[in-house]
Design a protein around this ligand. Structure first.
Ligand code: NAD
Length: 309
């Protein structure tokens, strides 16, 4: 059984993956930060990218994420030089490096099938002893690894960080039905003693604890806004700084989370609970869906409820 995490691999270099990689770098754990080969590569770039001399284009998503980490404020990195502890790359070319790490963290888009496919790929290079976790906001831990071996399932669990990972103290740990209790304990100690988090153990129920409550609260607020004609600014004024919560005004939070991710997270409860009254509370208003269709995803696309300055 593995006792210490000397090196990690974070898969998915978006808002959360890059933030988690930065936090690992902050505490001295070097990590790979892997993303897809960009799907919008031009033919010329594809040609260049396939040669070992030109990996940059193929690594563009993850290298771009590290560059962003170095520029963001408040900084996800305790010291800007710690960015050197993060090695960006694309998953396709670096999958075999999974065999060299002690912890793999899956942080890709909130979609069950995408996560299942990815974890099956990871298992091909995984060696017993390496912990694998998911940062899912609420998808079933057991379902994600339903196609994997029982050996792999023993080392798999949910480690749900909150946004932004450097600053948010909460870490939900979600064991699956086959997770080895010693792995749960190891991650709990790592979360508290190394990563500086307050750990809450949650059951593998839709959206676990924080997002079951949090998503509900946000949707009720949205519903009230639509029905009562409140403005975004009015809602944020009474749910943010004036209430002593400088960083958590409703719509600023939604923009930071990502509207696309929020919809996936709300839909997950809607799809997985049977009680009709409870389900109804997780219906996402049309206005939000149409914003996502327009590409208004929040801070990551430059426009959400607010225009990013
Ligand atoms: P994001 O959209 O910012 O980033 C997702 C990244 O995954 C993208 O860079 C994308 O290119 C990459 N990706 C998608 N499919 C991939 C694949 N098959 N292989 C490799 N890379 C792939 O999303 P995010 O907000 O960082 O969310 C990631 C996960 O973390 C989700 O499960 C989400 O529910 C969870 N989460 C998000 C928040 C939040 O506030 N945004 C908070 C806690 C948990």
């Amino acid at each position: 059984m593995n006792k210490s995490i000397r090196k990690a691999a974070v898969i998915g270099s978006g808002i959360m993956g890059s933030g988690i990689a930065a936090h690992l770098a902050n505490v001295g754990i070097p990590c790979l930060l892997l993303d897809m080969v960009p799907q919008d590569m031009t033919d010329e770039e594809v040609k260049k990218g396939y040669t070992p001399e030109h990996p940059a284009v193929r690594n563009r998503l993850a290298t771009g994420a590290v560059a962003k980490l170095q520029k963001s404020t408040p900084s996800p990195l305790y010291d800007i030089a710690f960015a050197d502890r993060i090695t960006p790359g694309n998953l396709e070319d670096h999958l075999s490096h999974i065999a060299e790490v002690d912890w793999v963290i899956e942080v890709v888009v909130e979609n069950l099938q995408v996560k299942k496919d990815l974890l099956s790929k990871v298992e091909r290079y995984w060696k017993p002893g390496t912990i694998v976790s998911s940062n899912t906001s609420g998808i079933s831990i057991d379902e994600m690894v339903a196609d994997c071996s029982e050996d792999f399932q023993q080392y798999f669990l949910g480690t749900h960080f909150f946004n932004p990972p450097r600053y948010m103290k909460l870490l939900e740990i979600i064991p699956g039905m086959h997770t080895d209790p010693q792995i749960v304990q190891q991650m709990r100690v790592l979360g508290e003693k190394v990563l500086g988090k307050g750990v809450v153990l949650a059951k593998d129920t839709p959206n676990f604890i924080a997002n079951r409550i949090g998503t509900y609260g946000l949707l009720i607020t949205l519903q009230a806004m639509v029905e009562q004609g409140f403005t975004v600014e009015e809602v944020d004024a009474v749910t943010g700084p004036a209430m002593g919560r400088p960083k958590s005004a409703t719509f600023r939070t939604l923009d930071m989370v990502g509207l696309d991710t929020f919809i996936h997270v709300a839909d997950n409860v809607y799809a997985n609970v049977t009680d009709e009254t409870e389900r109804a509370a997780f219906i996402v208003p049309e206005v939000m869906k149409s914003m996502v269709e327009r590409g208004w995803l929040g801070e990551k696309s430059g426009q959400g409820f607010y225009l990013k300055k």
